[in-house]
Design a protein around this ligand. Structure first.
Ligand code: NI
Length: 172
């Protein structure tokens, strides 16, 4: 296993759509292991493949973040949301590709998601609470969508400029 470099905005790959995974091989298993290791190391509660530069529909999550909770690693391949509740929920979200920035984002409170697990088994599960938000945030990544796309344009431009400046500084 190895820790991958996490891409930061304004990297263009974070704004691109990803490809469906057509077969789940050793490569995908290795990528999933690396993504978990990268996510736990960061630390974060979710990571999508494009954040490590792989343009495939793969996400990993572990929303058991309280210290007394058992780890709950979940990997989803080709996930799609097949139902959302009318009820909404607001969480303060962050993203490993936009470090140290947080904003309240409102999304459906409950969802149903269909995906393949790493043994190529189709799973359907309902989720609520933090997990529902996390799944929606990570699936957005697979469509090139970031949580800052939900905030006002003014705030988004401000945060994007800040990261553009940092990227230029680091490139020097
Ligand atoms: Ni994110």
């Amino acid at each position: 296993m190895s820790i991958k470099e996490i891409l930061l905005i304004p990297d263009k790959r974070l704004k691109m759509k990803t490809d469906l995974v057509s077969s789940i091989t050793k490569n995908e298993h290795r990528l999933i292991d690396d993504m978990f290791e990268t996510m736990y190391d960061a630390p974060g509660i979710g990571l999508a493949a494009p954040q490590v530069g792989v343009m495939s529909k793969i996400i990993v999550m572990d929303c058991a973040k309280e210290e007394d909770e058992k780890p709950d690693p979940i990997a989803m391949i080709n996930p799609e949301i097949i139902w959302v509740s009318d009820e909404l929920n607001t969480y303060e979200e962050g993203c490993l590709s936009i470090p140290d920035y947080f904003a309240d984002i409102t999304r459906p409170a409950n969802i149903k998601v269909r995906y393949l697990d790493k043994n190529e088994k189709t799973i359907e599960r309902e989720a609520g609470g933090l997990l529902a938000t996390c799944i929606q945030h990570e699936i957005d990544h697979l469509e090139g969508k970031l949580f800052i796309d939900y905030i006002s344009r003014l705030k988004r431009e401000r945060i994007t400029k800040k990261f553009q400046k940092m990227a230029k500084f680091e490139a020097k």
